[in-house]
Design a protein around this ligand. Structure first.
Ligand SMILES: Cc1cc2nc3c(=O)[nH]c(=O)nc-3n(C[C@H](O)[C@H](O)[C@H](O)COP(=O)(O)OP(=O)(O)OC[C@H]3O[C@@H](n4cnc5c(N)ncnc54)[C@H](O)[C@@H]3O)c2cc1C
Length: 425
């Protein structure tokens, strides 16, 4: 087992680190000013467009797309293992760095979905502008009226009528859809309620300006509207008609495609969350060294040192699990790595939430204020325990996998890959 990053990883992380240091961090106060100057807008602010142009010039664009995929040379050409530390660096400034490099959710997942399942015509119309960063997109699966952690509950109907599909339903938490540049809504609904439970769902590509589409409102998340990311929209589809050619994949394939989409997305969230943990620890070190209480810097308090130590242990150990997961995805595929993907999806947001909670405590009242980044980072990380499937659903699945193990530990053959899947069937 070799823990050393390869040459590509060392080179690309150096360039991304420089970009985040030289361009992104100085742009954070500029974004805050531009948001304050235009409080009602949902578009990307000028500073985001400027950073995107700089990232492209520096060759830091679409790095999340693995090599050899359907988008070929337009992808970043990094394996998951090489991309992990890159995504972690972008997590250090999560409002700006991912979007600056065209590596932000939900567009990343939507681009992967289109790259794998769209027809050549659909790719030209919808994928190309996303790869260019010229448009944005939203993924519309979750519905307010049904428990959407079980996607078989989805009630939106997609009915074939001649050469068209007619979509009727109400969605919410469609991230990015408040941004006027969001031209594409990928809507999931049921085409055949009589089919087997996981074959009833399909996905259609809906231009956001189609008659019958109403973007009702932007939801807040723990009080934040995430305006800089295009928010989280509630959307009504009322007899929305799109050409039958807008079906993505085949009828009945929506559930399977949603699962395929969420795998890589989950690991990206975890990679970025580790960058958030590093940011929190940097902030704590600075604050605890400077601020004095009862005659001594906060850093002299044993409890602050202990919090930092625990945060470091959690970050390092979860980084190893994330890297192992990325390596498995590269070597045995996303499906075979599902156990690890679920494990990190549960463990990383929980741990980083705790790390941020400790950081807030060190900062005192300032930690929960809008004057420092911790409160917003905390809100963002808390949502990761729900988005892309709540913890409990992943825990139940992991628990089932443990029960399926056939042999006690000592009698198991050494798997070719150090994955629990090695002894599961
Ligand atoms: C910030 C944010 C962004 C999001 N972005 C998008 C997006 O872009 N597109 C989109 O379609 N959706 C998005 N979502 C929605 C997200 O995917 C759903 O919230 C999630 O799947 C859970 O569905 P639900 O909210 O309907 O919860 P429910 O299904 O109502 O579940 C509620 C709770 O029930 C419990 N529960 C459920 N199942 C089980 C089980 N098997 N065992 C034990 N307990 C269980 C869990 O504690 C769960 O949290 C986003 C959510 C957030 C917070």
């Amino acid at each position: 087992m070799d823990f050393a990053p390869d040459t590509t990883t060392r080179e690309i992380t150096r360039r991304v680190r420089d970009f985040v240091t030289d361009e992104v961090l100085p742009a954070e106060p500029v974004l805050a000013e531009q948001l304050a100057a235009t409080p009602d807008g949902w578009s990307f602010r000028p500073v985001v467009r400027h950073l995107q142009a700089t990232a492209r010039e520096r060759g830091l664009w679409n790095l999340f797309l693995p090599p050899g995929g359907p988008v070929g040379a337009r992808g970043g050409g990094l394996t998951n293992l090489q991309y992990a530390p890159v995504a972690e660096l972008t997590g250090y400034s999560p409002k700006l760095a991912p979007v600056a490099m065209n590596c932000a959710a939900p567009d990343t997942g939507n681009m992967e979905l289109l790259a794998h399942f769209a027809t050549p015509e659909q790719r030209e119309r919808w994928l190309d502008p996303l790869l260019e960063g010229a448009e944005r997109s939203a993924f519309c699966m979750t519905e307010p009226a049904v428990a959407s952690s079980d996607a078989t509950n989805i009630a939106t109907r997609i009915v074939r009528d001649g050469d068209e599909y007619v979509i009727t339903g109400r969605k919410w938490f469609a991230t990015g859809a408040m941004n006027p540049d969001c031209g594409l809504l990928i809507a999931m609904g049921k085409t055949d309620t009589g089919a087997a439970r996981h074959r009833q769902q399909s996905m259609v590509l809906v231009p956001r300006d189609t008659p019958g589409v109403t973007v009702v409102r932007g939801l807040t998340v723990l009080g934040y509207d995430d305006r800089d990311h295009g928010g989280h929209a509630e959307i009504v589809f009322d007899d929305v008609r799109v050409p039958a050619a807008n079906l993505l994949g085949g009828e009945g394939e929506g559930f399977a495609m949603a699962q395929a989409r969420l795998g890589p997305g989950r690991i990206h969230h975890c990679m970025r969350a580790l960058g958030i943990a590093e940011r929190a620890m940097d902030l704590v070190r600075e604050r605890a060294t400077e601020r004095v209480a009862f005659g001594a810097p906060l850093a002299d308090q044993g409890v602050v040192r202990e919090w930092l130590a625990v945060s470091r242990i959690e970050t390092e150990s979860l980084r190893l699990l994330v890297l192992k997961t990325a390596w498995l995805m590269d070597t045995v595929g996303n499906k075979a790595a599902m156990t690890e993907i679920q494990a990190i999806k549960i463990a990383v947001p929980r741990a980083v939430g705790q790390i941020l909670d400790r950081a807030v405590q060190v900062f005192g009242a300032a930690g929960v204020s809008g004057d420092h980044p911790l409160a917003e980072l905390f809100a963002g990380v808390r949502t990761l325990r729900l988005a892309d499937g709540p913890d409990e659903v992943h825990l139940a699945s992991l628990g089932r996998a443990e029960l399926r193990r056939r042999a006690p530990f000592l009698t198991r053959p050494a798997p070719a890959h150090p994955s629990p899947e090695g002894d599961l069937t």
